[in-house]
Ligand binder design. Structure first.
Ligand code: CP
Length: 311
């Protein structure tokens, strides 16, 4: 595996989940695999879990770690070819990616969607720019359209918690005051396409995700009906895709409550806005898996880095 850019880079989800669960039993088992190698973590956006869990995973494998808050500390990058750089950008991705490749054996990148221009976001200019010009493997720590490390951690959590042959899993939109990207929801849908489950997506009309990604999935516009008898309810806000990047409503009747969760398990990638996205009683209850999901981010990152180091 040269890069980890999306879930498509996983050859067998079941095997990776099993291997990640083994790593969780003995995280330092391969503590010398990354000896004398360096990973660079480049953040164009904020993070808590991704930053610390990826760093922890790298350390478990013996890698040296360099972290840079590129969005606030790096030179503003130019991505277009042939531009006369007489405006705000100071350095071209061509030089930046090649230079960073001299310092790092693996480069991991977080660069969110801007939500202003669908075409530009879907071009994944940061991730694909590094892929094109870097000479080392690239790891996606959440890009415009996907968060495959989160989805892999979620697959690990589902495997640990599931007791049924074919569980019912619901992905539910929830209200939020800000426009959020589609990346987490997109990757969760892609991951569920790789599982044998009764998978339902629920959201208000107007919040349909990219139909190329949801193709074949059941969409139910009645949230309560969707959540009936669910084994797992994964809650996430995202902005409109058709009315790109817009917040169409903040309808609090979509906030996740204990009544809707029923006997199911509650999942969210975090960070989460309490009593907006989900009621305190759900987050603080025994059915919430959010802390374990965050824990599994380390082992998701670790299996990805292990595969790259072994190639
Ligand atoms: N879930 C997740 O990616 O968390 P952070 O944004 O804090 O990294």
């Amino acid at each position: 595996m040269k890069h980890y850019l999306s879930l498509q880079d996983i050859d067998s989800l079941d095997n990776w989940v099993e291997e990640a669960r083994d790593l969780k039993e003995d995280p330092r088992k391969h503590k010398n695999l990354g000896s004398d190698k360096t990973i660079g973590l480049l953040f164009f956006n904020n993070s808590l879990r991704t930053r610390l869990s990826t760093q922890k995973a790298a350390m478990n494998l013996g890698l040296e770690v360099i972290v840079m808050n590129f969005g606030s500390e790096g030179w503003a990058l130019e991505y277009a070819d042939g531009t006369v750089m007489d405006q705000g950008t100071s350095e071209h991705i061509k030089e930046a990616a090649q230079v960073i490749s001299q310092y790092c054996d693996i480069v991991a990148i977080r660069a969110f969607a801007g939500l202003q221009d669908k075409e530009e976001d879907e071009a994944e200019k940061v991730l694909n720019g590094f892929k094109k010009y870097a000479s080392v493997p690239i790891v996606n720590m959440e890009s415009s359209i996907g968060h495959p490390l989160q989805a892999l951690a979620d697959a690990i959590t589902l495997a640990e918690q599931n007791t049924k042959i074919r569980p019912k899993v619901v992905l539910s939109w929830a209200p939020h005051p800000k426009a959020l990207p589609h990346a987490v929801a997109n990757s969760f849908v892609e991951m569920m396409h790789m599982q044998d489950a009764d998978f339902v997506i629920t959201h208000p009309e107007g919040y349909e995700l990219n139909p190329e990604i949801t193709k074949g999935a059941t969409i139910e516009y009645d949230q309560k009906k969707a959540c009936e008898n669910a084994d797992f309810i994964y809650v996430k806000n995202w902005s409109s895709y058709s009315n790109y990047g817009q917040v169409l409503n903040q309808d609090k009747s979509w906030t996740m409550t204990p009544e809707k969760v029923g006997k199911g398990k509650f999942m969210h990638c975090l960070p989460v806005r309490r009593n907006m996205v989900v009621a305190d009683a759900v987050l603080d209850g025994e059915q919430s898996l959010v802390i374990e999901q965050a824990n599994n981010r380390t082992y998701a990152a670790q299996i990805v880095l292990k595969k790259i180091l072994e190639q």
